[in-house]
Design a protein around this ligand. Sequence first.
Ligand code: NAD
Ligand code: NAD
Lengths: 207, 207
Amino acid sequence: SISKAAFRRLPRYHQILSAYEAVGREYISSRELSEILEINETLVRKDMADLKIRGKQNQGYSISALRLRIEEFLGLQEITEALVVGGGHLGTALATYPGFEHYGLKIVGVLDSDPEKIGTRIGGHQVVSVARLASIIQKKNIKLIILTVPRDVAKELTEVAVNAGVLAIWNFTPCELNVPAGVKVRNEQIIGGFMALSHYLKNVGGA
Amino acid sequence: SISKAAFRRLPRYHQILSAYEAVGREYISSRELSEILEINETLVRKDMADLKIRGKQNQGYSISALRLRIEEFLGLQEITEALVVGGGHLGTALATYPGFEHYGLKIVGVLDSDPEKIGTRIGGHQVVSVARLASIIQKKNIKLIILTVPRDVAKELTEVAVNAGVLAIWNFTPCELNVPAGVKVRNEQIIGGFMALSHYLKNVGGA
Ligand SMILES: NC(=O)c1ccc[n+]([C@@H]2O[C@H](COP(=O)([O-])OP(=O)(O)OC[C@H]3O[C@@H](n4cnc5c(N)ncnc54)[C@H](O)[C@@H]3O)[C@@H](O)[C@H]2O)c1
Ligand SMILES: NC(=O)c1ccc[n+]([C@@H]2O[C@H](COP(=O)([O-])OP(=O)(O)OC[C@H]3O[C@@H](n4cnc5c(N)ncnc54)[C@H](O)[C@@H]3O)[C@@H](O)[C@H]2O)c1
């Protein structure tokens, strides 16, 4: 197993490795990884050791082997079925994004409360009434929901989903969710990405 | 100034501090921060020192002072005006999300190429033809664009924007962008959030 800090670096490693693999690169050194990630080379080597990945003398690490190892470690090679709850702008963007299947994330339903949306199609799915959330979770043995509803209904829907057996919630709403032990919430605050750009603009740009 | 690793922790600190402030908490200890962030307490103390924030004996750090200091450091107290380029599902979700203004991010225009969308309103903005991208950037002195177009047009639009004077690109497309020195790209891969949940489900859940 690996440290929490190393675990948090895995998505970034994966992104870099995928990009390099796409342009035909076969090997990468710990030094190069440390420069791209802007972290200490000793940290990179430790992460590789934690992942039980060995480099080749004078060549570095096999990019595809490392990428596959990370995917295996993160469970990205298994299919995780999920429901999108809230078929609005954000929910539709996530339900129609083809990039997620590449990581094992398979959206198997979209639910909404708006009668104008129920019965229409989003991303190949027929939108279903959210009144059926619990029964669908149970029938399809769903362990993950993607929450893209307005904040005022986030708590109640989380409760329904957790009671029906969901173990993980990918929360895009600004509402802080309280869940029992055994259920994991990931709060996705997209604004985090803007903060790095804001700092950059403050220091070099400046309108 | 602070180390790169500390810099990357700032959005997470900010999220925690904002949540605690919202429920009326006034102080937080380095120990508590270290437990929530799951990092070493010495790292937290070092980050605080880098930010030039001092704690009070027996009380810890003032939550609001620390949050404000992080915002000041990241430039979130200044307004950054941005254009959303690509008024589809994701672009609309970002253009209509009220949460961004709280961080100084002000969307001042939405551009698209679809004649069905041009002239309609998204998030209080009248959608403008993307043919006017360069002139709008120059007229409004825009330094940041939010790229939410299909991948096949990402490069060409980036080139137009950079030539017109943009210094930062918040890239939501899967296309890797090449930009000159002096321009910063933030690639936003939302899938990163799913990876933590996938690992969790693999180890405890399992459908
Ligand atoms: N995390 C971020 O950075 C970020 C960015 C943008 C939006 N958001 C948040 O994501 C959420 C969705 O944003 P959006 O722009 O797509 O909003 P939206 O209004 O377009 O979509 C919300 C959808 O939820 C549906 N809905 C309402 N009540 C429901 C219920 N009880 N059950 C099922 N569906 C219900 C609506 O009918 C609508 O289709 C909001 O909470 C917003 O604050 C977060
Ligand atoms: N980063 C992620 O995790 C993530 C998640 C979802 C979507 N995406 C990506 O975000 C982008 C948008 O996704 P979406 O679901 O909103 O797609 P969408 O098809 O709903 O929206 C794309 C919009 O761009 C417009 N457009 C096309 N060509 C244009 C041009 N030359 N100039 C200006 N506008 C143009 C279209 O008319 C449309 O309104 C895609 O690249 C998608 O792959 C990324």
